[in-house]
Design a binder for this molecule. Structure first.
Ligand code: NAD
Length: 467
């Protein structure tokens, strides 16, 4: 384990990147320091007893408002972790050019220890505390799901905001990652996993990157291991298996791992895990209790999608994957990062790789403020234009257009198609810009280039507002 906090580790990475910028020392210090962290203890009477819960919401940088970042539920949550995660949000939001500062929240709670109705009361109480201090507000601070939370918790938070601010017409935009029908947007739940898939595809579209990672051939058939089979890990492996023909050879959960060199059926493994709480006895592969030990096996692509600091100075030297794609936030410690770079392991860093969630959250927030779904106004008009085009082509050529093309035109574009297209464009554009910065400034790795790209943008923002 690393003996420094996520914030310290992140700031060391920032220091490395600062050498490639013209940012002054005093401004760098300002950017790195969290603006404010609100710590809270609140009580909820449950099971005949008053339970005190501890939570945090950190605003790392308000150079743009609202600030944005998820809320995590975990028994290990702590102040230092929240501040580190909030810092990562500041840099991530800047890289993918969403108009937000960085924030993060957490509640120290094990969601599995409470019934759903109890969790609802705990979440609503936590939300009340944050709402009354503008720590949840469509214009100031907009949370989203993170580890241990999902659409259900976001719906409770949005409802609590509505009760406390009934006249706020934009109230639904106070939080993203809500369920469909409650102000949510299609494609948000799987967005982070989808983003992982898109960025890996983008990586494999560059012959120089493929060569640098010592790969032969394209993405098809590549052996992938995923740590954490929750929202992000499950979706990333599902899409990579179903749409890119990758082999998911290992899935590492905290209750044990499932291993199969011929490939695991992701959907069946997920169903088994949901039912039994562990992979033990699953026919999809061999069960191995000590899942962490499998991080150092040979894979083409390793996707840590669980928690921080899982690759650290104790195991980094033994990592054999060619490419690590950080779906989790902060899975590699500062020391481990140095070792992996020295050993030629390519890393697509968290602040770039897992930005799919915040990108689609941005679409949801905009949609809530517009009060109309994307594509609503133009859909019928576009269909009519397509029909006219088909008629014109058929009239001019004297031939009938094949049905498969006609059907594609006739179905038009759904909102989910627009969301996927926007996500693909924004995340791949960010990857290309970071890659170009790396080449242009002779920066040794993608992570340092990503931080440099973010820092340059944040510095301009600070300088223009005169801070
Ligand atoms: P989740 O709670 O849905 O899933 C996390 C999974 O990891 C769970 O199945 C859990 O059992 C497993 N896990 C926890 N500790 C583990 C360990 N030590 N070894 C193996 N497995 C372990 O959470 P999530 O939303 O998928 O988030 C996962 C990571 O991705 C977190 O670091 C989070 O900050 C990051 N992330 C999430 C989103 C999002 O949209 N949900 C966006 C960006 C980044």
């Amino acid at each position: 384990m690393s003996n420094q906090s996520l914030l310290e580790s992140t700031n060391k990475l920032v220091d490395k990147a600062l050498k490639y910028t013209n940012i002054s020392e005093d401004l760098a210090y300002r950017i790195k320091s969290p603006n404010a962290t609100y710590s809270i203890n609140f009580g909820v009477k449950l099971r005949g007893k008053l339970h005190t819960f501890q939570g945090w919401r950190c605003v790392h940088s308000e150079h743009l408002e609202p600030v944005k970042g998820g809320i995590r539920y975990s028994p290990e949550a702590n102040l230092a972790e929240v501040e580190g995660l909030a810092a990562l949000m500041t840099y991530k939001n800047a890289i993918v050019e969403v108009p937000y500062g960085g924030s993060k929240g957490a509640l120290r709670v094990n969601p599995h220890e409470w019934e759903v109705h109890e969790l609802e009361r705990i979440t609503r109480r936590f939300a009340q505390e944050l709402i009354k201090r503008d720590m949840i507000d469509p214009a100031r601070n907009v949370p989203a799901p993170d580890m241990g939370t999902g659409t259900r918790e976001m719906a409770w938070i949005a409802d609590e905001y509505r009760i406390m601010n009934p006249a706020d017409i934009n109230g639904r935009a106070c939080v993203t990652g809500k369920p469909l029908g409650k102000g949510g947007i299609a494609g948000r739940v799987e967005a982070t996993g989808r983003g992982i898939q898109y960025i890996i595809r983008e990586f494999f579209s560059n012959p120089e990157d493929i060569k640098k990672a010592n790969f032969k051939g394209g993405l098809e058939g590549k052996k992938v291991a995923v740590q954490g089979f929750g929202n992000v890990g499950y979706h990333a492996s599902k899409f990579l298996q179903e749409e890119d023909a990758c082999k998911i050879v290992a899935v590492l959960e905290h209750t044990g791992a499932l291993v199969n060199p011929d490939g695991i059926n992701v959907e069946k493994a997920k169903q088994y895990l949901s039912k039994h709480g562990s992979f033990e006895g699953c026919e999809q592969g061999k069960f191995i209790k000590d899942s962490a030990s499998l991080l150092t096996e040979k894979y083409d692509i390793l996707i840590p999608a669980a928690v921080e600091d899982v690759i650290n100075s104790s195991n980094a030297e033994n990592i054999k994957a060619n490419l690590i794609v950080e779906a989790a936030n902060g899975p590699i410690s500062f020391e481990a990062d140095e070792i992996l770079n020295k050993n030629g392991v390519i890393i697509i860093p968290d602040i770039l790789a897992n930005s799919g969630g915040v990108i689609v959250s941005y679409f949801e927030w905009v949609r809530n403020l517009r009060h109309i779904r994307f594509g609503r106004l133009e859909k019928r008009r576009n269909l009519e234009q397509m029909k006219t085009l088909i008629d014109a082509v058929e009239t001019m050529t004297g031939k009938t257009m094949p049905e498969k093309f006609k059907n594609q035109f006739a179905n038009g574009v759904e909102e989910i198609d627009l969301i996927r297209s926007g996500l693909d464009d924004m995340i791949c554009d960010a990857y290309r810009k970071v890659r170009e910065a790396m080449i242009e400034h002779n920066i040794p790795d993608l992570r340092t280039a990503a931080f440099k790209t973010a820092l340059d943008k944040i510095a301009i923002s600070y300088e223009t507002i005169g801070l």
